[in-house]
Ligand binder design. Structure first.
Ligand SMILES: [Zn+2]
Length: 292
């Protein structure tokens, strides 16, 4: 090995990442920065223009919902400061599921601030025993290490964080340990119910994926449908997304900033509408001859 051959190897690894279907997500992530904003009362948006992250101020510490993409930790830290909070006050981190684009800052917060990490029990197990299914390798960051889950969330858990109680469910489908959760947020004397659903993508329901994962009869698709049905009728005033396209977050953000007297994120029909849309899309996907 020489200095020159080391460098050439580095460049070829970079080129390989650029050509990977997910590769572009890990270059120049700062271009996806979104100026944080108050989504409602004590709930703030600190994600980028693709993958969401939210801060909930519980009055006795902050909860960070999702930790951004691997490689985007500095950006998340900037967003938390710009939202008016100190990242060191993030006492708890609730992860929607264990994929590369939602867990990026988890090891940093765990080591730097002692943040307690909450993850659906099946995904905690996956990360500990089969971390390749978290796709850490897709980020091309060889420094990145799987982190320790402090609290493995079980279906039906009702947990307290400061002044906030959160009702958790496991909603297997996109991953086995995806979580959904429900909690109240406050703006002055007004209270709204938030609903969060931890993963909608069908990328993990593809025929080839499921065969390699060890689900040759595609049972995960049925479990996904059952998960949607399980939480479909929860009363939700504010649908908190984990990717911006779930709720057209960027457009709604613009509308909210233009007219703060009308909050487009408060919409009690959004949750049910989107879950129904996903159910119909999944049924169509399951009937696609290429996926059987
Ligand atoms: Zn995912």
């Amino acid at each position: 090995m020489t200095v020159k051959s080391d460098y050439d190897q580095f460049v070829s690894a970079q080129q390989k990442l650029q050509q990977h279907p997910m590769g572009h997500f890990f270059f120049e992530q700062e271009r996806r920065y979104v100026k944080p904003f108050c989504l409602y009362g004590n709930l703030h948006y600190v994600g980028d223009n693709w993958v969401c992250a939210h801060i909930l101020d519980t009055g006795a510490g902050l909860i960070l919902f999702d930790a951004g993409n691997i490689g985007a930790t500095a950006m998340l830290i900037q967003a938390i400061w710009e939202a008016g909070f100190n990242p060191a006050d993030v006492k708890w981190m609730v992860l929607s599921h264990a994929h590369v684009d939602h867990i990026g800052a988890a090891p940093f917060f765990q080591t730097m601030f002692g943040t307690q990490i909450y993850l659906g029990a099946p995904d905690a197990d996956l990360l500990a025993t089969r971390p390749e299914w978290s796709f850490l390798q897709d980020a091309g960051d060889i420094q990145y290490q799987p982190f320790r889950t402090d609290v493995a969330i079980q279906d039906g858990d009702l947990l307290t964080f400061g002044d906030t109680q959160i009702q958790f469910y496991l909603v297997p489908g996109h991953t086995e340990g995806c979580i959904a959760c429900f909690f109240d947020v406050h703006d002055g004397n007004e209270t709204k119910r938030v609903g969060y659903y931890g993963g909608f993508g069908f990328n993990t329901l593809q025929k080839g994926y499921l065969c390699e994962y060890g689900d040759a009869d595609f049972s995960m698709r049925e479990r996904y449908l059952a998960s949607l049905a399980k939480v479909r009728n929860q009363p939700v005033d504010i649908f908190m997304p984990n990717h911006t396209n779930n709720v057209n977050l960027l457009e709604k953000r613009e509308a909210l900033l233009a007219d703060p007297t009308h909050n487009p994120f408060v919409d009690e029909t959004a949750w049910g509408r989107y879950l129904d849309e996903k159910r119909n899309a999944l049924v169509a996907f399951m009937n696609d001859p290429h996926q059987r």
